[in-house]
Design a protein around this ligand. Structure first.
Ligand code: SF4
Ligand code: SF4
Length: 392
């Protein structure tokens, strides 16, 4: 088939045992692949997906809207990479899924919500179809400065710029870091999409355009160090932009807060409460950042940290990854990943569910509302929790 060459790892696809270990966490007591958990059919599991791709590459099945929907229901959570039993093959799993999506993009056979997402980013520079001039509105009244010669660029991303939940989180993080003495500036209306989801969804041409434009702008402005609000943006800047020549030092805001705690810059703190933490996939499994958020929470006297049953590299994705936050291909039913994850957090008996990603924040807030339990477990971002502890 003419598109088979686009799957760089076509020979590897045939090595999947279809044993199914990849859809579990390490204790095998529940399903940890969010798309499998939501749909319940083996074709939506990583192993099933591999066999579908294999049949597709062999010409046994045609490209169809249903096939595309199955591929695009993957939340790119990396659980299958973590759990696959085949050592030399597991690292290539997410790449194979991404290459298959890239082939669908090149064939022009992608689900309508994915097509609309790409179009909005290409035309408006954001998936909300809102004007670029409104991108800096979240910072109005905060006193945060435009980037000039500060030590760090604070990059907030599309969700932090336009979504109400993301904007609130961007304000908390920007104000807290500034008040703790971090020298930072923002790009406001000059900021554009980082492209992490565009890349994961397979539009590599659009991703390269966004990345090149961002790199050009950052270099022109003299940016050396970047703090991101969103682990997704951090992932693109840290893991993909270097392939295009970028050499910026990139940090997630929780890493900076944890560093300030290490240096004893944040003191005194107190917050008597019970908190649990949701590991974002792009902070945790994708970038192995598990300790900084926990260090921040544990440093607060009076705060008891209780872990969700599935945590760290076993964490269950909120279902927003892989562009699903925008395309909603997994859906929002009772067994949607976000609602399952919220119920799991509720089981800890904590009063607060701490989040470190604006996409997780929004997904879990919506899940809490759908469950009718907003008052039982409050969702707060890490910066908001530290601010609250400082005000006590
Ligand atoms: S991806 Fe790995 S763990 Fe999953 S079915 Fe294939 S070989 Fe088994
Ligand atoms: S990356 Fe996550 S959602 Fe996608 S197949 Fe693997 S476990 Fe499932």
């Amino acid at each position: 088939m003419e598109w088979a060459h686009q799957i760089e790892h076509a020979d590897i696809v045939h090595r999947c045992f279809r044993c199914g270990y990849c859809k579990f966490p390490s204790d095998y007591v529940d399903f940890n692949c969010p798309s499998y958990k939501a749909f319940g059919w083996d074709t939506y599991s990583p192993g099933g997906r591999m066999w579908l791709i294999r049949a597709w590459l062999n010409g046994e099945i045609e490209t169809s809207p249903h096939f595309a929907e199955i591929l695009y229901s993957c939340a790119a959570c990396d659980n299958c990479k973590e759990q696959c039993v085949f050592p030399r093959f597991k690292d290539l799993l997410p790449e194979i899924f991404q290459e298959a999506k890239e082939a669908l993009v090149n064939e022009g056979k992608i689900p309508p919500p994915v097509r609309d997402y790409f179009k909005a980013i290409a035309v408006n520079g954001n998936p909300y179809k809102l004007p670029g001039e409104e991108r800096g509105k979240w910072a109005e009244g905060t006193g945060l400065q435009h980037f000039s010669d500060q030590e760090y660029l604070f990059y907030v991303g599309c969700v932090g710029s336009y979504d109400e939940v993301g904007q609130k989180m961007a304000r908390h993080v920007g104000i807290l870091l500034r008040d703790l003495g971090i020298s930072l500036g923002i790009l406001g209306s000059e900021e554009t999409c980082d492209g992490n989801e565009v890349n994961v969804l397979g539009e590599t041409g659009l991703f390269a355009n966004l990345a090149e434009e961002n790199i050009r702008q950052f270099l022109e402005k003299g940016v050396n160090k970047i703090i991101t609000l969103d682990p997704h943006a951090m992932n693109a800047f840290k893991r993909d932009y270097p392939e295009l020549g970028a050499t910026f030092q990139v940090f997630h805001f929780t890493e900076i807060l944890a560093k300030l705690i290490n240096e004893k810059t944040i003191a005194p703190l107190e917050y008597r409460t019970k908190v649990t933490f949701h590991d974002p996939c792009y902070l945790g499994r994708h970038n192995q950042i598990y300790t900084p958020p926990r260090k921040i929470l544990k440093s607060i006297p009076g705060l008891e940290l209780v872990e969700i049953r599935r945590n760290r590299d076993d964490a269950f994705c909120c279902g927003g990854g892989g562009g699903n936050f925008f395309t909603d291909i997994i859906g929002q039913g009772e067994d949607s990943p976000a609602r399952v994850r919220f119920r799991e957090a509720l089981d800890t008996g904590a009063s607060i569910l701490a989040v470190a990603c604006p996409q997780c924040a929004k997904m879990l807030i919506d899940a809490a509302k759908a469950e009718g339990k907003e008052d039982n477990l409050k969702i707060m971002d890490m910066a908001e929790i530290v601010m609250k502890a400082r005000s006590k």
